[in-house]
Design a protein around this ligand. Structure first.
Ligand SMILES: [Zn+2]
Ligand SMILES: [Zn+2]
Length: 187
């Protein structure tokens, strides 16, 4: 697959041919439809965030379709449109994870920072941190890239963004807009 790869800070990304990743346990293989550029991505490639995975495929605001599932991954069906957010993995046992605030987990892994992201034709992601893009969300494309950051916000506010709950949907979008401010993707 083609991929854009971050190797050196403040240098252009490298256009590379990479082996298409194979989904591991609990992971899905996603064919990337779109991946936005967030201010946090710029912080990463400018070398302003410490200890990125290197070399790294950046990009954490991903929309794509599931093409395969790894062992034990069964949340999504083949062909389903899903979003992959910044938060890519957490420990599940620390006080933050136990309190439902896993976005603050001290050992969290982040898409396009400490794990490969979406500036590629395919990516793999832990399905527990992905979410379906339901029909109402499609109206936000290509802005829906921001919707990937909404998962914790939606859960936090217990919102169900459905077509017939416009007030909730608007509140969801408001919540989303607070999530992905420059350099603040962990909020
Ligand atoms: Zn972001
Ligand atoms: Zn944790």
């Amino acid at each position: 697959m083609e991929a854009m790869v971050f190797i050196h800070a403040q240098q252009p990304l490298s256009h590379e041919d990479r082996k298409t990743p194979v989904p591991g346990p609990a992971q899905v293989l996603v064919e990337v439809s779109a991946c936005a550029v967030c201010r946090t991505d710029l912080h990463v490639v400018d070398g302003e965030l410490k200890d990125p995975k290197l070399p790294l495929i950046p990009g954490h605001e991903i929309v794509g379709r599931v093409r395969a599932s790894g062992p034990g991954a069964n949340h999504f069906y083949k062909g389903e449109r899903i979003g992959i957010p910044w938060l890519g993995w957490t420990c599940g046992v620390c006080r933050y994870c136990q309190a439902g605030m896993e976005n603050l987990c001290d050992t969290a892994r982040f898409t396009g920072y400490t794990i490969d992201g979406g500036y590629a034709e395919y990516t793999v992601a832990d399905e527990r941190f992905c979410f379906r893009i339901m029909r109402p969300w499609i109206v936000f494309e290509p802005e829906s890239s921001k919707a990937q950051q909404s998962w914790s916000a939606i859960r936090k506010f217990a919102l169900q963004p459905t077509a017939d709950t416009l007030p909730n949907r608007k509140a969801s979008v408001d919540a989303i807009s607070t999530i992905c401010q420059p350099g603040r993707c962990r909020n």
